[in-house]
Design a protein around this ligand. Structure first.
Ligand code: PMM
Length: 287
């Protein structure tokens, strides 16, 4: 399996999210049960997902870390069942042991929000599995504390670029294949609202290298704030209210050449990437 095997020709890939967790920010507890997780994954594929990201540990601000065995036992049966059904998956984990078990279960990609830094064995497992890997930027003093704002010396865009370059170097040194690396700016991870918008504004600069880019903006607080900020202060805004803003980010990211988007509401983001693809080819009609 190579990144190119997952890449969708002529359009941005849509990765649907199935969090097999109790406490993820927008969907915690909904897909903890195996049957519910599988049914939801199938719904996402029917809605247009190209692959499914399966996570067993929440990274929401304030979340406590789950036991490694619990995390493994949440994700591996789901990955195995989806692999048996021919559905490509990624495993969203910061643990080398969980990534290795997921590889054993037939996962197609390892997605590590710590960029390989949270577990000293992660890069070796990535190299050994010989699978596509997503290395995400998360500058933090404490894994599990996405809310803690990090200082990004020299500006967040330069920091993300430099850090991602460093992660690539470490991964390559550990034996990860160059053709297996996907990068992710880590929207919402120890970043202020302004940081997130700066990174989206700078997407062309982040895309200006050889590695495919995954954008994970779905339902993040800075997108919820788009609507909340123009409504009366006492209006309740729930995470799903950010789905239209997420689709807008998807459309623009796709247009700029993002490799993929990681989203909860697959149908609207799939519409958005299809619109971008049709726009770019004049819908196949040339006048
Ligand atoms: N965000 C979350 C979890 N995993 N993985 C990647 N590669 N990029 C992300 O932005 C990302 C991620 C947190 O979102 P969730 O709790 O809503 O799943």
């Amino acid at each position: 399996m190579r990144v190119s095997d997952l890449t969708v020709p002529d359009r941005c890939l849509v990765m649907g999210i199935v969090n097999v967790t109790e406490d993820s920010f927008s969907d915690g507890g909904r897909w903890l049960d195996f049957d519910a997780a599988i049914a939801h994954a199938h719904e996402l594929v029917a809605a247009g997902a190209d692959m499914i990201d399966v996570g067993g540990e929440s990274t929401r601000p304030g979340a406590t870390r789950v036991d490694p065995d619990v995390e493994r036992d949440r994700v591996t049966p789901v990955i195995r069942a989806l692999a048996d059904a021919g559905i490509p998956t990624s495993v969203d984990t910061m643990r080398a042991s969980v990534a290795a078990a997921a590889a054993e279960a037939g996962v197609a990609m390892i997605n590590d929000v710590s960029g390989g830094l949270a577990d000293p064995d992660m890069f070796a497992v990535m190299a050994d599995a010989d699978l596509p890997v997503c290395l995400m930027h998360w500058k933090t003093v404490r894994f599990g504390d996405a809310a803690g704002r990090a200082e990004h010396d020299g500006g967040v865009v330069a920091d993300v670029r430099d850090t991602l370059t460093d992660l690539v170097d470490r991964a390559l040194a550990a034996g990860v294949d160059r053709g297996n690396i996907v990068l992710d700016p880590g929207l919402g991870f120890a970043k202020s609202r302004a940081d997130n918008w700066s990174l989206l504004h700078a997407l062309p600069a982040l895309l200006d290298n050889e590695f495919p880019l995954l954008v994970g903006a779905s339902r993040k607080r800075f997108l919820g704030a788009v609507r909340r900020d123009r409504l009366p202060a006492d209006t309740t805004v729930v995470p799903t209210d950010a789905d239209p803003a997420t689709a807008a980010v998807t459309a623009i990211s796709a247009q700029m050449g993002a490799w993929g988007v990681r989203v909860h509401d697959v149908a609207v983001s799939r519409d958005a990437v299809d619109v971008a693809a049709l726009w770019n080819t004049a819908g196949g009609y040339r006048g």
